[in-house]
Design a protein around this ligand. Structure first.
Ligand code: TEU
Length: 584
C-alpha cells in the first residue's frame, strides 16, 4: 500500500485563474486591467482561494491574447504597469494569498526584439535563438516547408521569411515563433526572466506548453494521422522531446532558490509514466501539470471542432486512472474543468434544462473540488457561467484559434450546408471564446465588467440572472456553494487533500460515485453525483454508500433536503443531485 502523500501548502491550496482582459475593467477602456483585479481581491479572499494565477499581462501585440509576448519585463499598457503588479502582489500577500504568473517561453511574439534581430540576417547573434530551416522543393520546383507539421491553429507550422530566405517554426500562430532551447543563451534568458519576477515576490509560474520546448533532433516529418490533409499533427516530435526533463530540472533550480511553485501545461501527454517523469516528488521538476484527457473527451480525431460522443464510463476511467496513478507514485494532480482555452463546463459536460443549471454547476463543483489534487477554479466558474447563446453568429467570436480553424473548415466544406451547421455546433460547444466573455459582476450593462464598450460582447442574455452581486446575497447560489465546498476541503485536509481515492459503482452509467479515505483509514468521505438531467432511482446503492448514510449525514449537497435511503434500501436522486457524506 502506497505511503500517504507528503504534506505541502500547494497541495492544500485552491487556485483562481484570472483572464485579465475579461475580469474587471477599472478605467472604462473596455479591457480588464490589473487595478481592476486589485479591486476584487477581497472577493477572492471570501471565496476561499489561496492562489491567483494570472494569465499573461506582459507587453504583447495581442495576436493570441498575450500568449505572444514582446517584452517579458514590461506590462501591456492597457493592463497597467509593473508597479501595478507590485501592488497586486502586496494586496494578495496581505491577505495570505499568493500570485502565480504565466510563463510563455516555448515561443515569443514576432515583435519581440529577439525575433526582430533573429530575422534580420543569417549572421545576427540572435539568429540561432529561433528555429530556422531551409525550404524543401518538390519535383515541380515548388518551395515547401521543411517538414509536414501542422500549426495547432491550422495551416503549416512554418512560415517563409523573405529577408533571409528561410522558414521559421511556429507551433501556434505565425506571429508566435518558437524559441530554440538547444541554444544555452535562450535557456539562460528564460531563467533571467523568472528571476526578475521572483525577485518581485511572485510565488510561482504556470508554464505555457512547457512540454513543447524540446523538439526531436532534425525535426523529422510527422506520421500521417489525418489522411487527405496537407499538414499533420507533429506532437510525436515536439511534445515531451528528448531534453525536456533536463530543461525542467534547470527551471526547478531557479524556482528552488525562492521556494516557488510551478505548474506545467502539458498537452498531448497521455502516458502515466510521461506525467510522473515531470511531477513525481523525487524528480525535482514540476509540482504538477495540466493533463488534457478530460478536456479532450469530446474532441474528434479531425481536431478541436470535430465531435466525439463521450460517456460517463469514459470520464470515470480517466479520473480513476489519474487519481490512482498520482497517489500511488508520489505525484500530484491539478484538477480543472475550465480555463481560458476551454468552454464552460456546465454547458459542455452537463447538458441541462434551464431550471437545472444551478444544480448542474454545483454537482460539477463537487465532482472536481473533492478529488485528490490542487483545485483550479476559472473566473466565472464559481458563478456557473455558461457558454455564449446559441444564436450568436460567428462574428461575435474573436479568438484566433476559432477563426483560423473555422476559416479552414469552411474552405473544406464549401457548399455543404449540413457540414457547416455541424461545425457551428462544435464552435458553440467548445470555442475558447465562451470562457473569454466578460466576468458577470452584476445586472448592469455589460454585467458590470466595464463602463465603456467591452472588447468582446458580454453575455447579455445571461448576466441579468447569473452574476456575482446577486449570488453573494443568495445562500443557495453556486457561489455560496463553492465557498462551502472550499471550506469543507480545507477543514478536512486529511480526507479531501491527502486521502486515497476509490471509485464506487464503476459500472453505473448515470452516477459518479467515489470515496476519499484519509491515510490513517479513519475519516471517510463518500460522494454520490448524478450526472444526468433526470431523476434517478437507485435500486441497490453500493454497500459503502448504504453504510455511510447509516453512520453519518450528508454534510454538503445541492438539494434541501438531500436524498436519503428509502426503507427498502433504494435511493431517489434529483437531477444533478450531489451528496457528500463525511464520517470522521
Ligand atoms: O495552450 C496550449 C494548447 O495546446 C492550446 O492549443 C489549447 O489546448 C487549445 O487552444 C485548446 O483549444 C496554451 C495557452 O493556454 C493558449 O491560450 C495559447 O493560445 C497557446 O498555449 C499558445 O501560447
Amino acid at each position: 500500500r502506497p505511503q500517504a502523500p507528503e504534506k505541502a501548502w500547494w497541495k492544500e491550496a485552491s487556485v483562481y485563474q484570472i483572464y485579465p482582459a475579461s475580469f474587471n475593467d477599472s478605467d472604462g477602456d473596455g479591457l480588464g486591467d490589473i487595478p481592476g483585479i486589485i479591486q476584487k481581491v477581497d472577493y477572492l479572499g471570501a471565496l476561499g482561494v489561496d492562489v491567483v494565477w494570472l494569465c499573461p499581462v506582459y507587453e504583447s501585440p495581442q495576436i493570441d491574447m498575450g500568449y505572444d509576448v514582446s517584452d517579458y519585463r514590461s506590462i501591456h499598457a492597457p493592463y497597467g504597469t509593473v508597479e501595478d503588479v507590485d501592488r497586486l502582489i502586496a494586496a494578495l500577500h496581505e491577505r495570505r494569498m499568493r500570485l502565480v504568473m504565466d510563463l510563455v517561453v516555448n515561443h515569443t511574439s514576432d515583435q519581440h526584439v529577439w525575433f526582430r534581430e533573429s530575422r534580420s540576417s543569417l549572421s545576427n547573434p540572435k539568429r540561432d535563438w529561433y528555429i530556422w530551416k531551409k525550404p524543401r522543393w518538390d519535383a515541380a520546383g515548388n518551395r515547401l516547408p521543411p517538414n509536414n507539421w501542422a500549426s495547432v491553429f491550422g495551416g503549416s507550422a512554418w512560415s517563409w521569411d523573405e529577408t533571409t530566405g528561410e522558414y521559421y517554426l511556429h507551433l501556434f500562430c505565425k506571429e508566435q515563433p518558437d524559441l530554440n532551447w538547444e541554444n544555452p543563451d535562450v535557456v539562460q534568458a528564460v531563467h533571467d526572466i523568472m528571476t526578475f519576477w521572483l525577485d518581485k515576490g511572485v510565488d510561482g509560474f504556470r508554464m505555457d506548453v512547457i512540454n513543447f520546448i524540446s523538439k526531436s533532433p532534425g525535426l523529422p516529418d510527422a506520421p500521417l494521422k489525418l489522411p487527405g490533409q496537407e499538414f499533420q499533427p507533429g506532437d510525436l516530435h515536439y511534445a515531451n522531446g528528448p531534453r525536456l526533463h533536463e530543461f525542467l530540472r534547470g527551471l526547478r533550480e531557479v524556482l528552488d532558490r525562492y521556494d516557488a511553485f510551478a505548474i506545467g501545461e502539458m498537452p498531448c501527454v497521455k502516458e502515466e509514466q510521461d506525467v510522473l517523469m515531470a511531477v513525481a516528488a523525487d524528480r525535482k521538476e514540476l509540482n504538477m501539470i495540466f493533463q488534457f484527457d478530460i478536456v479532450s473527451i469530446d474532441i474528434g480525431s479531425g481536431g478541436k471542432f470535430t465531435s466525439k460522443t463521450w460517456s460517463l464510463a469514459k470520464m470515470k476511467a480517466i479520473v480513476n486512472k489519474w487519481q490512482t496513478c498520482m497517489y500511488d507514485n508520489n505525484g500530484w494532480n491539478a484538477l480543472f474543468l475550465e480555463n481560458h482555452d476551454q468552454s464552460r463546463s456546465v454547458s459542455r459536460f452537463t447538458p441541462h434544462r434551464p431550471e437545472n443549471r444551478t444544480a448542474a454547476a454545483k454537482m460539477l463543483a463537487t465532482f472536481l473540488a473533492l478529488q485528490s489534487g490542487t483545485v483550479f477554479v476559472y473566473q466565472g466558474q464559481e458563478l456557473g457561467m455558461a457558454n455564449l447563446p446559441r444564436e450568436w453568429p460567428i462574428d461575435e467570436y474573436k479568438d484566433v484559434e476559432t477563426l483560423n480553424l473555422y476559416r479552414l473548415a469552411m474552405q473544406q466544406h464549401r457548399g455543404d450546408s449540413e457540414a457547416v451547421e455541424q461545425l457551428m455546433d462544435q464552435v458553440r460547444l467548445k470555442a475558447r471564446d465562451h470562457s473569454r466573455s466578460p466576468m458577470q459582476w452584476n445586472a448592469q450593462q455589460h454585467g458590470g465588467f466595464t463602463t465603456g464598450t467591452p472588447w468582446v460582447r458580454a453575455n447579455d442574455a445571461d448576466y441579468m440572472h447569473c452574476n456575482a452581486e446577486q449570488q453573494l446575497r443568495d445562500p443557495t447560489s453556486v457561489l455560496a456553494y463553492w465557498r462551502q465546498l472550499l471550506r469543507l476541503r480545507k477543514q478536512n485536509v486529511d480526507v479531501f487533500v491527502y486521502g486515497r481515492f476509490e471509485l464506487l459503482a464503476a459500472a453505473d452509467p448515470s452516477l459518479f460515485c467515489y470515496r476519499r479515505i484519509d491515510p490513517s483509514g479513519y475519516g471517510v468521505a463518500t460522494l454520490v453525483l448524478n450526472f444526468t438531467d433526470c431523476e434517478y432511482e437507485w435500486q441497490v446503492p453500493p454497500a459503502e454508500v448504504v453504510e455511510a448514510l447509516t453512520a453519518a449525514r450528508c454534510v454538503l449537497g445541492n438539494y434541501e433536503p438531500p436524498a436519503e435511503l428509502n426503507g427498502d434500501g433504494s435511493m431517489r436522486l434529483k437531477p444533478f443531485e450531489a451528496l457528500v457524506i463525511l464520517e470522521l
